[in-house]
Design a protein around this ligand. Structure first.
Ligand SMILES: Cc1cc2nc3c(=O)[nH]c(=O)nc-3n(C[C@H](O)[C@H](O)[C@H](O)COP(=O)(O)O)c2cc1C
Length: 192
Protein backbone atom coordinates (compact mmCIF):
# COMPACT_ATOMS: atom_id res chain seq x y z
CA UNK A 1 0.00 0.00 0.00
CA UNK A 2 2.72 2.47 0.89
CA UNK A 3 4.15 1.94 -2.60
CA UNK A 4 0.93 3.25 -4.08
CA UNK A 5 1.01 6.31 -1.85
CA UNK A 6 4.60 6.86 -2.86
CA UNK A 7 3.68 6.82 -6.57
CA UNK A 8 0.70 9.12 -5.97
CA UNK A 9 2.69 11.60 -3.90
CA UNK A 10 5.65 11.77 -6.23
CA UNK A 11 3.88 11.94 -9.60
CA UNK A 12 4.16 15.40 -11.09
CA UNK A 13 3.30 16.85 -14.48
CA UNK A 14 6.37 16.78 -16.73
CA UNK A 15 6.72 19.35 -19.50
CA UNK A 16 10.18 18.50 -20.87
CA UNK A 17 11.15 15.08 -22.23
CA UNK A 18 14.15 13.21 -23.60
CA UNK A 19 13.80 12.06 -27.21
CA UNK A 20 14.40 8.41 -26.20
CA UNK A 21 11.31 6.44 -27.09
CA UNK A 22 9.84 4.24 -24.34
CA UNK A 23 9.49 0.57 -25.19
CA UNK A 24 6.05 -0.35 -26.54
CA UNK A 25 5.66 -2.93 -23.74
CA UNK A 26 5.90 -0.12 -21.17
CA UNK A 27 3.20 1.77 -23.03
CA UNK A 28 1.04 -1.38 -23.07
CA UNK A 29 1.40 -1.68 -19.27
CA UNK A 30 0.35 1.93 -18.91
CA UNK A 31 -2.73 1.36 -21.09
CA UNK A 32 -3.58 -1.79 -19.17
CA UNK A 33 -3.56 0.28 -15.97
CA UNK A 34 -5.88 2.77 -17.67
CA UNK A 35 -8.16 -0.06 -18.68
CA UNK A 36 -8.46 -1.22 -15.04
CA UNK A 37 -10.14 2.03 -13.97
CA UNK A 38 -13.60 1.89 -12.39
CA UNK A 39 -16.48 2.87 -14.66
CA UNK A 40 -20.23 3.31 -14.34
CA UNK A 41 -21.83 -0.09 -14.68
CA UNK A 42 -18.39 -1.37 -15.72
CA UNK A 43 -19.08 0.22 -19.11
CA UNK A 44 -15.36 0.87 -19.80
CA UNK A 45 -16.25 3.70 -22.18
CA UNK A 46 -12.65 4.86 -22.86
CA UNK A 47 -10.63 4.14 -25.98
CA UNK A 48 -6.96 4.83 -26.50
CA UNK A 49 -5.05 6.11 -29.53
CA UNK A 50 -1.25 5.95 -29.38
CA UNK A 51 0.68 8.16 -31.78
CA UNK A 52 4.23 9.00 -32.72
CA UNK A 53 6.11 10.29 -35.78
CA UNK A 54 4.11 12.40 -38.25
CA UNK A 55 0.88 12.07 -36.26
CA UNK A 56 2.60 13.50 -33.18
CA UNK A 57 4.14 16.32 -35.21
CA UNK A 58 0.75 17.25 -36.68
CA UNK A 59 -0.86 17.38 -33.24
CA UNK A 60 1.99 19.57 -31.95
CA UNK A 61 1.59 21.89 -34.95
CA UNK A 62 -2.10 22.33 -34.21
CA UNK A 63 -1.42 22.86 -30.52
CA UNK A 64 1.15 25.54 -31.30
CA UNK A 65 -1.09 27.34 -33.80
CA UNK A 66 -3.89 27.35 -31.24
CA UNK A 67 -1.58 28.53 -28.42
CA UNK A 68 -0.12 31.37 -30.52
CA UNK A 69 -3.64 32.83 -30.72
CA UNK A 70 -4.82 31.91 -27.25
CA UNK A 71 -1.93 32.50 -24.83
CA UNK A 72 -1.11 36.17 -25.64
CA UNK A 73 -4.78 37.10 -25.08
CA UNK A 74 -5.25 35.06 -21.87
CA UNK A 75 -5.35 37.70 -19.11
CA UNK A 76 -5.17 35.09 -16.33
CA UNK A 77 -1.68 33.96 -17.41
CA UNK A 78 1.11 36.10 -15.90
CA UNK A 79 3.10 37.88 -18.64
CA UNK A 80 6.42 36.25 -17.61
CA UNK A 81 4.85 32.77 -17.95
CA UNK A 82 3.50 33.35 -21.47
CA UNK A 83 6.83 32.98 -23.23
CA UNK A 84 7.61 29.72 -21.38
CA UNK A 85 4.15 28.35 -22.18
CA UNK A 86 4.49 29.22 -25.87
CA UNK A 87 7.87 27.52 -26.04
CA UNK A 88 6.38 24.38 -24.46
CA UNK A 89 3.43 24.55 -26.87
CA UNK A 90 5.78 24.09 -29.84
CA UNK A 91 6.21 20.37 -29.24
CA UNK A 92 4.50 19.64 -25.90
CA UNK A 93 7.87 19.26 -24.23
CA UNK A 94 9.23 16.91 -26.90
CA UNK A 95 7.60 13.69 -25.66
CA UNK A 96 8.14 11.04 -28.38
CA UNK A 97 4.72 9.40 -27.90
CA UNK A 98 1.25 10.71 -27.14
CA UNK A 99 -1.66 8.72 -25.75
CA UNK A 100 -5.11 10.11 -26.58
CA UNK A 101 -8.02 9.03 -24.39
CA UNK A 102 -11.51 9.34 -25.87
CA UNK A 103 -15.06 8.77 -24.63
CA UNK A 104 -18.44 8.43 -26.36
CA UNK A 105 -20.37 11.58 -27.25
CA UNK A 106 -23.64 10.21 -25.84
CA UNK A 107 -26.91 12.10 -26.29
CA UNK A 108 -28.00 11.65 -22.69
CA UNK A 109 -26.11 14.28 -20.65
CA UNK A 110 -26.01 12.17 -17.49
CA UNK A 111 -24.62 9.11 -19.28
CA UNK A 112 -22.16 11.32 -21.15
CA UNK A 113 -20.99 12.78 -17.83
CA UNK A 114 -20.55 9.26 -16.41
CA UNK A 115 -18.48 8.26 -19.43
CA UNK A 116 -16.29 11.35 -19.03
CA UNK A 117 -15.74 10.65 -15.32
CA UNK A 118 -14.86 7.02 -15.99
CA UNK A 119 -12.44 7.99 -18.75
CA UNK A 120 -10.85 10.58 -16.46
CA UNK A 121 -10.28 7.79 -13.92
CA UNK A 122 -8.56 5.85 -16.70
CA UNK A 123 -6.28 8.82 -17.32
CA UNK A 124 -5.36 9.04 -13.65
CA UNK A 125 -4.38 5.35 -13.70
CA UNK A 126 -2.30 6.00 -16.83
CA UNK A 127 -0.45 8.89 -15.19
CA UNK A 128 0.28 6.84 -12.08
CA UNK A 129 1.43 3.69 -13.88
CA UNK A 130 3.64 5.80 -16.15
CA UNK A 131 5.25 7.40 -13.11
CA UNK A 132 5.76 3.96 -11.52
CA UNK A 133 7.66 2.94 -14.69
CA UNK A 134 9.90 6.01 -14.60
CA UNK A 135 7.98 7.82 -17.34
CA UNK A 136 6.68 11.36 -17.23
CA UNK A 137 3.30 12.57 -18.48
CA UNK A 138 1.09 15.62 -18.75
CA UNK A 139 -2.69 15.56 -19.06
CA UNK A 140 -3.44 18.09 -21.78
CA UNK A 141 -7.11 19.00 -21.49
CA UNK A 142 -7.08 22.08 -23.68
CA UNK A 143 -10.18 23.24 -25.62
CA UNK A 144 -8.16 22.42 -28.70
CA UNK A 145 -8.95 18.76 -28.05
CA UNK A 146 -12.42 19.29 -29.52
CA UNK A 147 -11.17 20.95 -32.71
CA UNK A 148 -12.19 19.35 -35.98
CA UNK A 149 -8.60 19.49 -37.23
CA UNK A 150 -7.30 17.44 -34.28
CA UNK A 151 -10.09 14.89 -34.81
CA UNK A 152 -9.17 14.65 -38.49
CA UNK A 153 -5.50 14.05 -37.72
CA UNK A 154 -6.49 11.23 -35.38
CA UNK A 155 -9.12 9.88 -37.73
CA UNK A 156 -11.54 10.04 -34.81
CA UNK A 157 -15.11 9.01 -35.50
CA UNK A 158 -17.84 11.64 -35.05
CA UNK A 159 -19.28 9.91 -31.99
CA UNK A 160 -16.09 10.16 -29.88
CA UNK A 161 -14.70 13.10 -27.87
CA UNK A 162 -11.21 13.59 -26.48
CA UNK A 163 -10.74 13.67 -22.69
CA UNK A 164 -7.03 14.30 -22.86
CA UNK A 165 -3.89 14.11 -24.90
CA UNK A 166 -1.09 12.66 -22.79
CA UNK A 167 2.47 13.22 -23.97
CA UNK A 168 4.57 10.43 -22.43
CA UNK A 169 8.31 9.84 -22.28
CA UNK A 170 11.41 9.94 -20.11
CA UNK A 171 11.56 13.18 -18.11
CA UNK A 172 14.32 15.62 -19.02
CA UNK A 173 13.70 17.78 -16.00
CA UNK A 174 13.41 17.37 -12.26
CA UNK A 175 9.79 16.96 -11.15
CA UNK A 176 8.49 20.47 -10.46
CA UNK A 177 6.82 21.23 -7.17
CA UNK A 178 3.11 21.87 -7.39
CA UNK A 179 1.93 22.51 -3.86
CA UNK A 180 -1.21 21.00 -2.37
CA UNK A 181 -3.26 22.22 0.55
CA UNK A 182 -3.78 19.74 3.37
CA UNK A 183 -6.77 17.48 2.79
CA UNK A 184 -8.02 18.40 6.29
CA UNK A 185 -8.88 21.87 5.01
CA UNK A 186 -11.15 20.31 2.37
CA UNK A 187 -12.84 17.69 4.51
CA UNK A 188 -15.91 17.62 6.72
CA UNK A 189 -16.18 14.63 9.05
CA UNK A 190 -19.86 14.10 9.85
CA UNK A 191 -21.01 11.77 12.62
CA UNK A 192 -17.50 11.02 13.92
C1 LIG B 1 -8.41 18.12 -16.64
C2 LIG B 1 -6.97 18.59 -16.70
C3 LIG B 1 -6.55 19.38 -17.76
C4 LIG B 1 -5.22 19.81 -17.85
N1 LIG B 1 -4.83 20.52 -18.97
C5 LIG B 1 -3.54 20.88 -19.09
C6 LIG B 1 -3.11 21.54 -20.29
O1 LIG B 1 -3.89 21.77 -21.22
N2 LIG B 1 -1.79 21.88 -20.39
C7 LIG B 1 -0.90 21.59 -19.37
O2 LIG B 1 0.27 21.92 -19.52
N3 LIG B 1 -1.28 20.96 -18.23
C8 LIG B 1 -2.57 20.60 -18.07
N4 LIG B 1 -2.98 19.91 -16.93
C9 LIG B 1 -1.99 19.61 -15.89
C10 LIG B 1 -2.16 20.52 -14.68
O3 LIG B 1 -1.68 21.80 -14.99
C11 LIG B 1 -1.39 19.93 -13.48
O4 LIG B 1 -1.91 18.65 -13.17
C12 LIG B 1 -1.51 20.81 -12.23
O5 LIG B 1 -0.83 22.03 -12.45
C13 LIG B 1 -0.95 20.15 -10.98
O6 LIG B 1 0.40 19.78 -11.19
P1 LIG B 1 0.90 18.28 -10.99
O7 LIG B 1 0.21 17.43 -12.01
O8 LIG B 1 2.39 18.36 -11.22
O9 LIG B 1 0.58 17.86 -9.60
C14 LIG B 1 -4.29 19.48 -16.83
C15 LIG B 1 -4.73 18.69 -15.75
C16 LIG B 1 -6.03 18.24 -15.69
C17 LIG B 1 -6.46 17.35 -14.54
Amino acid sequence: MSEILDVIQNRRTIRKYKSTEPNVELIRNVLQAGNMAPSNGNSQPWEFIVIKGEYRKSICREFYNFSKEYIPKASYIPEDKKRIMLEYAKDLGGAPIHIIVTYPNLEDDIKKGQALKSSSAAIQNILLQAHAEGLGTVWVGSNLNQSQKVKEILNLSEDRLIVGIIPIGYPDTAAPTSPRSNSNSKTQWLGF
